[in-house]
Design a protein around this ligand. Sequence first.
Ligand SMILES: Cc1cc2nc3c(=O)[nH]c(=O)nc-3n(C[C@H](O)[C@H](O)[C@H](O)COP(=O)(O)O)c2cc1C
Length: 345
Amino acid sequence: MYKLLIRPLLFLLDAETAHHFSFTAIKTLSRLGFGPLFRKIWMIKDPRLEREVFGLKFSNPVGLAAGFDKDARLYNELSNFGFGFVEIGTLTPKPQEGNPKKRLFRLLDDQGIINRMGFNNKGVFEAVEQLKKEHRVLIGGNIGKNKVTSNENAIKDYLICFEALFDHVDYFVVNVSSPNTPGLRELQDKEPLTHLLKKLKRQNGKQAKKTSQKEKPILLKIAPDLSDDQLMDIISIVEDTKIDGVIATNTTISREGLKSHLIMTEEKGGLSGKPLTNRSTEVIRFLAEKSNKAFPIIGVGGIHSPEDALEKINAGADLIQLYTGFVYEGPALVKNINKTILERS
Ligand SMILES: Cc1cc2nc3c(=O)[nH]c(=O)nc-3n(C[C@H](O)[C@H](O)[C@H](O)COP(=O)(O)O)c2cc1C
């Protein structure tokens, strides 16, 4: 139904308009009481799908990646599509518009998307208000810095977001890998990254003590464009700072092997979807092998089929996430991945 009817209609619209339209449609249908029906169609409940990772219990290993529900407006409704967790954000301390439109492009011949959204979001404090609702799913809080904040002052932005979200999310993701905030990816370098993560770890301890809660798992989200040496650095940084895991990967700046027209492929921004599948799996395998599986990995990048998901899991991913595959394949993808995991377990 999605690929035959809904996707062709959505793809008639400009990509960002289609995103907003889908958002409103999901919200409206949920308000009209379709939530239980959606859950009945798409959600699989089976103890064999449950995973315990970084101290959290996931009902299944398939999550919605960051960027879809940036402002935490629809996490419960989105969980009706069968996701085991939903990552909100990237959030920044102050609201920001993001880059000028047009900034989201479908590469149909490659089953990809190029985006240069630029962390458009209503700010972390608005998200906190949204997160005061009951949570029917585990929620990750993906945090970043405002465009106007220099890299020297970036730590302050991450700390503001961390502090604000502490009581409202189940795990944190430190995003230093978006290609759409100028200079952000420089924070992946060993020295600034170690410094940033150590500060967040310290804040984690302080806030846990203050609120008599456990510390929240902190994960680092990395780019697929890092060299082997840089990935080795990431492994030693994770071990040194004792953060809880890595999300591999964000979108790529590479444009290798694309079939779509140059007009599309030359758009600036991060590329996601099918063209990213193999590279992100390679990064997962590298991290898992070279670290001797010393920390959990969430695998994301170009999962468009159950086989893509299993490849990531076999490469060393403990959990997986989707974004572009969800746009191209629809909610049935979540169910099919979970079904296949059950069949092969
Ligand atoms: C339109 C769009 C917006 C995104 N926004 C964010 C974001 O705000 N923060 C983030 O960490 N990743 C963001 N991502 C990256 C995704 O979370 C994911 O890492 C990437 O797209 C690869 O997965 P996919 O091939 O399944 O889409 C975005 C991706 C897309 C397509």
